[in-house]
Write a protein that binds this ligand. Structure first.
Ligand SMILES: O=P(O)(O)OC[C@H]1O[C@](O)(CO)[C@@H](O)[C@@H]1O
Length: 545
């Protein structure tokens, strides 16, 4: 990286922000009739409209210079060719290899990993087919009708989000997901299931995560308790990088699916971790999901930065976070089946870019990843949009909308959904001035005093940034493109911030303390704890029957 060049562009961006002064997106639209065409970008049917963000051509040009000063293209190529860019863990970062075609050549330590990827994928597909067709059955000879993925974080959110997103394509056994160590999660799921027809997939990269191992042991006891110990083998499969621990759990090699340490947990839904999704939607649909991801990879790898969608989304995010000071980012899918997408992105974005030191360990000098959150529209409109429209903080938001619904013959549902999505982005950008609010009220024949009283409450500041991602339909290929789009956006921002987007040391301390506290919660000595924790333990113990 050219530090002095990067610092100079950063200063130029700050000066540029000053020079924009009070300019609003509304002003930018008024000044440029071609703004939509200039600031919206396409990949086949996917259109990403950045025009409702307060960026000018100069803003984008400066942001692109910033990306170049940080050697974004070089860093991207390093990732894609398998260099060990996850420096704190000494690993390559190759989730893109999981969706590469069979003839690709991507090397880790000199070895092409693509044949291994395709071999494991073929094993997963064969297993999925056998479960779906009833060739593989439970111990009693019954067909498997329900598959429960036991995993957490990246070993849960991807397949869980995907299974919900692609439910119109689900023609296999029903998919369930248990993640929380709260026994309620497992108990509520088991209550709906018949052990003789249930398959458990224990998904854990490390196969040591306490939540997953506790849930897996409970599931094992449930099967052994109702069908006998010898039935366990027929009702379990495992997905992990830790072959030794899987064998120790009692899952045979032929029901064990691998992935590799160069796949981060939050980037793993493309691997065998997607097995639950694969069994639900079938190998063909899963292959379309992978192909969609690869399509976005090609776009990211080969499109000039000026038209590179994930890069531009990442850079606009940098503008918001670092130059306009916006601390949060909302993801608002107008697609009910993307209900878990914001939660999925929370891990992808916040576990990747919630960092406070540079790659070399020195403290960061600018803010890093924002708080990411969201809910599907239109429900959010009737809950928290009030704050997005009129609250004191500006929250940039992504709106996701399909042209086509899966439901034919549902009258105006989809048209109303689309109208709401577009109306919200228009309202957020346009706003309503005090004079406009007064005029609206006056047109209702309201007494002047009341108009004056009410008008300030009806003012919408506007100039609230939104990006709209519009696509034909939420099919497997589209979901693949969408997930890969956000992965590369997160990568772009990590490069600009100079952080490691692929480790997650921030989750370790809580884990360590939880294992230290477990015996205390169960009754051992509270000495050595801080006064608050000691008091809480005592209170909880006193309430326990
Ligand atoms: O797949 P594993 O090893 O059980 O880990 C689950 C999750 O735990 C984390 O390590 C930390 O929350 C995530 O990065 C990961 O996705």
């Amino acid at each position: 990286m050219d530090h002095s060049q990067a610092a100079k562009v950063w200063q130029d961006l700050e000066a540029h922000r000053q020079s924009l002064g009070q300019t609003t997106t509304r002003d930018l639209f008024a000044a440029d009739p071609d703004r939509f065409a200039r600031f919206s970008f396409r990949l086949d049917d996917v259109l990403v409209d950045l025009s409702k963000n307060c960026v000018s051509a100069d803003t984008l040009a400066l942001l692109l210079s910033l990306a170049r000063a940080h050697n974004l293209e070089m860093r991207r190529d390093e990732m894609l060719r398998g260099d060990p860019i996850n420096t704190t863990e000494g690993r390559a970062v190759l989730h893109t290899a999981l969706r590469a075609p069979a003839d690709a050549d991507i090397r880790v330590d000199g070895k092409n990993v693509v044949p291994d990827v395709h071999e494991e994928l073929a094993r997963c597909y064969a297993f999925a087919d056998k479960i779906r067709s009833g060739v593989l059955r439970g111990a009693t000879g019954d067909r498997i009708t329900d598959v429960v993925n036991i995993g957490i974080g990246g070993s849960d959110l991807g397949p869980a989000m995907g299974a919900r997103a692609l439910s119109p394509y689900a023609d296999g056994p029903r998919a369930h997901f248990v993640s929380n160590v709260d026994g309620a999660d497992m108990a509520d799921t088991l209550a709906r299931l018949d052990p003789s027809r249930t398959l458990f997939l224990v998904s854990s990269k490390t196969f040591t995560t306490i939540e997953t191992m506790t849930n897996a042991q409970s599931a094992r006891a449930w099967i052994a308790g109702s069908l006998g110990e010898t039935a366990v083998g027929d009702h379990f499969a495992a997905i992990s990088t830790n072959i030794v621990a899987v064998e120790a759990f009692g899952i045979s090699k032929d029901r064990m699916f691998r992935f590799w340490d160069w796949v981060g947990g939050r980037y793993s839904m493309w691997s065998a971790i997607g097995l639950g999704l694969m069994i639900a939607i079938g190998p063909e649909n899963f292959a379309a999901f992978l192909a969609g991801g690869h399509e976005m990879d090609r776009h990211f790898a080969t499109t000039p930065l000026e038209k590179n969608i994930p890069v531009l989304m990442g850079l606009v995010g940098i503008w918001h976070r670092n130059f306009l000071g916006y601390a949060a980012h909302a993801v608002l899918p107008y697609d009910q089946r993307l209900g878990r997408f914001p939660a999925y992105l929370q891990q992808l974005d916040m576990e990747s870019n919630g960092k406070r030191v540079h790659l070399d360990g020195t403290p960061v000098t600018s803010d890093t990843g924002p708080l990411v959150w969201g809910e599907p529209g239109t429900n959010g409109q009737h809950a928290f949009y009030q704050l997005i429209h009129q609250g004191t903080n500006v929250i940039p938001a992504d709106f996701l909308i399909a042209a086509e619904a899966h439901e034919a013959n549902m009258g105006d549902h989809h048209a109303i959904l689309v109208a709401n999505c577009l109306a919200q982005t228009e309202a957020l950008m346009h706003g309503r001035s005090l004079d406009e609010a007064r005029a609206v009220l006056a047109a209702q024949d309201m007494p002047e005093k009341k108009v004056e009283l009410l008008a300030p409450h009806k003012v919408f500041p506007g100039n609230r940034p939104t990006t709209t991602i519009a696509y034909r339909k939420l099919d497997p290929r589209m979901l693949g493109r969408l997930v890969a789009l956000y992965e590369h956006k997160v990568f772009t921002q990590g490069v600009i911030w100079g952080i490691n987007s692929f480790d997650q040391w921030g989750v370790e301390l809580g884990k360590e303390l939880a294992s230290r506290l477990l015996p205390v919660v169960k009754g051992s000595n509270v000495e050595g704890l801080d006064a608050s924790t000691k008091g809480l333990v005592a209170h909880l113990r006193s309430l326990r029957v």
